[in-house]
Design a protein around this ligand. Sequence first.
Ligand SMILES: Nc1ncnc2c1ncn2[C@@H]1O[C@H](COP(=O)(O)OP(=O)(O)OP(=O)(O)O)[C@@H](O)[C@H]1O
Ligand SMILES: [Mg+2]
Length: 282
Amino acid sequence: MSTKIGRKINEGVSAEIFEWENNEKIIKLAKNKKRHQAMLTEYLNSQVAWDSGVSVPQPFKLVDVDGRPGIVFERIYGETLMERFVNQKGLNYEDIARTTAKILSETHEKTIQNIPSQREPIICSINQADYLTTSEKKLVIDILNSIPIKQQLCHGDPNMNNILIKDNRPLLIDWRHASIGNPEVDLAEYILMIRYAILPMVRHAISPRNITSKTAEYINLIKEEMIKVFIDEYTKLSDITYEDIDSWIIPMAARRLSVGIIPKFEKEQLVAEIRRRLKTYK
Ligand SMILES: Nc1ncnc2c1ncn2[C@@H]1O[C@H](COP(=O)(O)OP(=O)(O)OP(=O)(O)O)[C@@H](O)[C@H]1O
Ligand SMILES: [Mg+2]
């Protein structure tokens, strides 16, 4: 093991986070030794975001520790939006939704090159998705292709674990899925995440303690209001409308059907929403 590596701070699905060299740096080390390409992509995307002035931890370099690829970043002393949500028992959901809308709108203002374009991978994922018939997939892709292409910086995974708060300032981390394209993709992703995945995410965050039925009930009660606050704030900060965002719900729900870690019951709910919405296109 490298002597530069220190205490483990945290972990996500794909990586572990350790102290690195001193108090000012961390290393995000892939769990899987084969993730060189993914870490390279994340490093380059983070670099583009940093260079363009988005609020992100400074990326320093790509390294290899015992065969595992890693990225050295500036260490942020703060909490994730998920920690804030859980610690305050969801009472601050409006703040959380507004903070997310604000940092996303700042990100989306950037129009830069050198980042993969967004649409082809989405179409590819929709084609791979089980659960939908071939004709449904075709209809979804036709809807997607009818939306004009934009060229804005998008994060790709704007979930509550990927926003850190330091001195009340939000920073976006985890740029693996960044792209150039339509900002509504991030917005629809966030909306679908809150609508269908917030409970499992909260459950994961407070593990090993179990989520009480009262908390689950409360989250179910506020989640649509949280989405509304998010959309209200984002539309205030940009020229994007409710309708622009709404037209991305079908394609982004279909895209989520190809994501391996999303459980079957969530995919069934997504399919139900897609079919309900597709009826209005026939
Ligand atoms: N620069 C940083 N400074 C301090 N803590 C960080 C930093 N980067 C990441 N973390 C912590 O580590 C956690 C996981 O980081 P990250 O989201 O980059 O990993 P991941 O494995 O890609 O996550 P995912 O579960 O989304 O795949 C974050 O939620 C945060 O708590
Ligand atoms: Mg993450």
